[in-house]
Design a protein around this ligand. Structure first.
Ligand SMILES: [Zn+2]
Length: 270
């Protein structure tokens, strides 16, 4: 089988992989290479995003023309530092087109980084405790029970139960609840399902539901024309209304609410 390693090209990894897996292929992580390149170009440089894009084009290129075109531009525009950087990384280690193994579409080592984050504690352990660091659980095959409770909750054996079942030599499907069986699934839809009537809603002719306005008895006096101001309006408006209405009531002028004044006016007209 063709093994492929993708790393951030740390010296120890390069040497270690070469020693332990001499026939394996070793690719450089594009994400790390991109960061290396970025560090070589001043942040304010307008060329920075363009050069990073050229490196990406080279790394992902699947035809020689596309690769060479981008590489030539990167070489000429990048300057001394970039050229030195390109010289230090063999093409077969980072350019998809020239990679001798199979990268299976993986251009970065981010998956490994995620795994690293996941085993933050375990990776500090020696190899044996690291493998066995998962706490053990009590499995009771007779009662379909595991102390991790996953088996009871899902009806499908958890990894601990699977381990115990495999040792017992019994077919694993015998320990899966029958609700998951195709027979039960077919049985669930064996009979036609009639639509259920909704008895909560009365059956009324929609035309009979027309709502008419209420019958109003016209009030006495001239109908009010001015809108009643909402509460909290400032006193200046109320003052103006008093003037417009022509009320000379001193009390009203002193600060009686506008609404009340309008009402008074209406009452007087009546
Ligand atoms: Zn379990």
């Amino acid at each position: 089988m063709d093994l492929t390693f993708i790393s951030d090209r740390q010296h120890e990894i390069l040497v270690g992989v070469q020693n332990v897996f001499p026939n394996a292929h070793h690719g450089y992580c594009f994400w790390h290479l991109r960061n290396n390149l970025k560090k070589m170009i001043p942040v304010k440089s307008k060329l920075r995003p363009y050069l990073v894009w050229l490196l990406k084009t080279c790394a992902y290129a699947t035809t020689e023309k596309k690769f060479e075109d981008a590489y030539a531009r990167l070489w000429s525009k990048g300057g001394k530092k970039v050229r030195k950087f390109l010289d230090a990384i063999p093409l077969e280690c980072w350019a998809n087109l020239y990679f001798k193994g199979q990268r299976y579409g993986e251009m970065t080592s981010t998956l490994a980084e995620s795994f690293n984050g996941w085993i933050k504690f375990e990776r500090t352990l020696p190899i044996t405790p690291m493998v066995h660091s998962d706490p053990s659980h009590r499995v009771d095959l007779m009662n379909w029970f595991c102390s991790c409770t996953k088996w009871q909750l899902r009806g499908i054996p958890c990894p601990h139960a699977v381990c115990a079942i495999q040792r017992s030599g019994t077919p694993i499907f015998q320990f899966v609840t029958s609700y998951y069986s195709t027979l039960n699934y077919f049985n669930a839809y064996l009979h036609p399902i009639e639509p259920i009537h909704n008895y909560d809603k009365p059956n009324i002719d929609p035309k009979a539901l027309t709502i008419l306005p209420p019958i109003v008895k016209p009030g006495t006096g001239r109908p009010r024309k001015k809108r009643i101001e909402s509460a909290g309006n400032n006193d200046k408006k109320a003052q103006k209304r008093i003037e417009v209405a022509g009320i000379n009531d001193k009390k009203a002028k002193k600060g009686v609410e506008g609404d009340e004044i309008i009402d008074k006016k209406a009452w007087r007209c009546g």
